[in-house]
Design a protein around this ligand. Structure first.
Ligand code: NAD
Length: 246
């Protein structure tokens, strides 16, 4: 075990109000691509449109067929499982160490892993609703639909309950996340480039010094971190769980 992982274990041992702030990099070891890595979704073919344009509200309204073609291919995964990182965070919560997972992910894997207090800043791809009558649908309904998913009650479009580009984040979730981060005695940032705002801004509310970043690439917050781990999140967190005997 390297020295930084041992330091991370020591920091967790001396903390009791930890918040994990996670992004797409947490789920790459489960087989879901992130956005900005070399194999990320930003490199995928969007039929001539950049992914951040396709995943915007304007595009969704104008070209729902093209939106859902891209969304179903790259943003929803029905047969994926939590990895060592998701499972470790659930164990840390069970052990009373971790108080919340604040995630930008929409893949539901933290909840499937057993985490209970998960604040999903950008929504959840397993939750979908009819834009007219609000009837609820799961991800499988969207995946099974031909082209644009339609409500089986009223026939209008069924959309994912995720935050698209140009849309506001849920203010209650944002406030809840802000309070957890402000009150934390340790924040572990995992698998996020920390460039998507306003989510990334939340890190600025942390008042302590135990900021740990586990990420394969640089982030704008690296200079503020007490420890930086440029290793795979699942591999790091597996060793943390073993070291803490959880
Ligand atoms: P991002 O792609 O900008 O950054 C991911 C970061 O994780 C990169 O810096 C990468 O180097 C790092 N990384 C990749 N695999 C890693 C691993 N195994 N261990 C450690 N680090 C690893 O993603 P982001 O910062 O989360 O922001 C993009 C947006 O992407 C979010 O708003 C989110 O909603 C959306 N998104 C979500 C999912 C998902 O739900 N799984 C997938 C793709 C995109």
């Amino acid at each position: 075990m390297n020295r930084d992982i041992q330091t991370l274990i020591d920091l967790i041992s001396s903390s009791s109000n930890i918040v994990a702030f996670t992004g797409a990099g947490v789920s790459t070891e489960s087989g879901i691509p992130d956005f900005r890595s070399s194999a990320g979704i930003f490199q995928m073919d969007g039929g001539g449109f950049p992914p951040e344009v396709i995943l915007s509200k304007t595009f969704f309204d104008k070209y729902p067929d093209k939106f859902f073609e891209f969304y179903k291919k790259f943003m929803v995964y029905s047969d994926v499982k939590p990895n060592q990182c998701h499972l470790a965070l659930a164990k840390l919560e069970d052990a009373g160490k971790l108080k919340a997972v604040v995630t930008q992910n929409i893949d539901n894997l933290h909840t499937i892993a057993g985490s209970k207090n998960v604040i999903e800043l950008h929504g959840n791809a397993n939750k979908n609703y009819c834009v007219k009558c609000n009837k609820k649908y799961d991800a499988q309904y969207v995946l099974n639909s031909i082209a644009v998913p339609k409500c089986d009650s009223c026939g209008d479009i069924v959309r994912p309950d995720v935050v698209l580009y140009e849309e506001m984040l849920d203010q209650e979730k944002l406030y809840n996340a802000k309070c957890h981060i402000r009150d934390a005695d340790m924040v572990i940032v995992i698998g996020t480039s920390l460039v998507v705002y306003p989510a990334a801004k939340l890190i600025k509310y942390f008042e302590g010094d135990k900021l740990v970043i586990i990420n394969m690439a640089d982030t704008p917050f690296d200079a503020s971190a007490m420890i930086l781990l440029r290793q795979k999140a699942g591999e790091v967190m597996k060793q943390v769980v073993e070291g803490l005997k959880l």
